[in-house]
Design a protein around this ligand. Structure first.
Ligand SMILES: Cc1ncc(COP(=O)(O)O)c(C=O)c1O
Length: 332
């Protein structure tokens, strides 16, 4: 492996997470699917964000931070993971969330409250237009009160956060070698781009031959080619990572946003239910369930060869089923 200086890291995730064959859906869909269980990085602290936070919070600690500020939707997995991590480290969290305080107290936001996060609710318009500015403003207010705040961008999807999945690739490469499996495609849900950016850099750094496919759950292909390209290049430049990433490396399968971000169609809910029943693995409605829906469609449309091995990373999000319980009880 090429040498470069790895940024500081704290330990938050239970690693390595297992890679399991999904035998029954594989048989049914005519494919070879394996699942990397990053939903098992923790319980309160579960999912892909924990890997990114290991690097981002290490930086916050170096800066003497005693409040972590971040943002997201009302049911943000990232905001919840940040709030839980802060509580675990004995510091405070301040979440700028898109939505109304009167919305259902369930799923991720329930956990946010439980771990004592301070929450600032903003409108969808303000979120879209100036969430970064609002986080800066909140940081200034907290500084005036004598705190030392540290801002983590949406999804921890920046150069430093990319190291979560650069290092996850090291873990995957070791596991594949031990399991004597060759993977042809690594597939993930893409929401803010940091996971895919890390996986693309990691694939090059650790000489992996598989292709990385992101199935976007919001925005579109050109948005993510730009955003992921920017995160990759920032990480490569800032940390002198000896690889180059081009637009051709950023493969997005567009077309499965469906009704919109965090909105579901009955067929997505039905698939989550079906996989839960046959595999005992629960995907979430906002990210992994939608990506799995896209993956199955692509398999049925013969995008892959029958012999291809596909590794899907389950990036977590289980708490997302609870605020959508009506959808689950009315289908099937
Ligand atoms: C459960 C889950 N899966 C996938 C993603 C997508 O990861 P990323 O934001 O790094 O694209 C997210 C967050 O956005 C998530 O919460």
């Amino acid at each position: 492996m090429k040498q470069f200086q790895l940024p500081s890291r704290i330990r938050l995730a239970n690693l390595p997470t297992p890679i399991e064959p999904a035998t029954r859906i594989s048989r049914e869909w005519g494919a070879n699917i394996f699942i990397k269980r990053d939903d098992l990085t923790g319980s309160e602290l579960s999912g892909n964000k924990v890997r990114k936070l290991e690097f981002v919070i290490a930086e916050a600690q170096k800066n003497g931070a005693d409040v972590l500020i971040t943002c997201g939707g009302l049911q943000s997995n990232h905001a919840r993971a940040t709030a839980v991590a802060a509580a675990k480290l004995g510091i405070r969290s301040y979440l700028v969330l898109r939505g109304e305080p009167s919305a259902i107290n369930d799923g991720n936001i329930l956990i946010d409250h439980l771990v004592g996060a301070q929450i600032r609710y903003i409108s969808a318009e303000d979120y879209a237009a100036r969430v970064d500015e609002i986080m800066e403003q909140s940081a200034a207010e907290l500084s005036q009160q004598g705190y030392c705040p540290f801002i983590i961008p949406e999804g921890a999807s920046n150069a430093l956060g990319a190291f979560g999945y650069i290092e996850a690739t090291r873990e995957i490469a070791t596991q594949l070698r031990q399991m004597k499996i060759n993977i042809d495609y690594l597939v993930i849900a893409t929401g803010s781009g940091g996971t895919q950016a890390g996986l693309i850099i990691g694939r090059k750094l650790f000489n992996q031959s598989y292709r990385v496919l992101g199935i976007n759950v919001c925005d579109d292909q050109s948005f993510f080619v730009n955003k992921i390209g920017r995160i990759c290049n920032d990480a490569i430049d800032q940390y002198q990572i000896p690889v180059a990433v081009s637009a051709a490396d950023i493969e997005i399968i567009d077309g499965y946003v469906g009704e919109g971000y965090a909105l579901n169609r009955p067929q997505e809910i039905e698939l989550i239910r079906e996989i839960a029943a046959v595999e005992g693995v629960i995907f979430d409605p906002v990210y992994t369930g939608k990506a799995m829906f896209g993956l199955r469609e692509q398999i049925l449309q013969a995008r892959f060869r029958k012999t291809d091995n596909i590794l899907f990373i389950h990036t977590g999000g289980l708490f997302g089923i609870f605020p959508k319980k009506e959808l689950f009880s009315s289908s099937g």
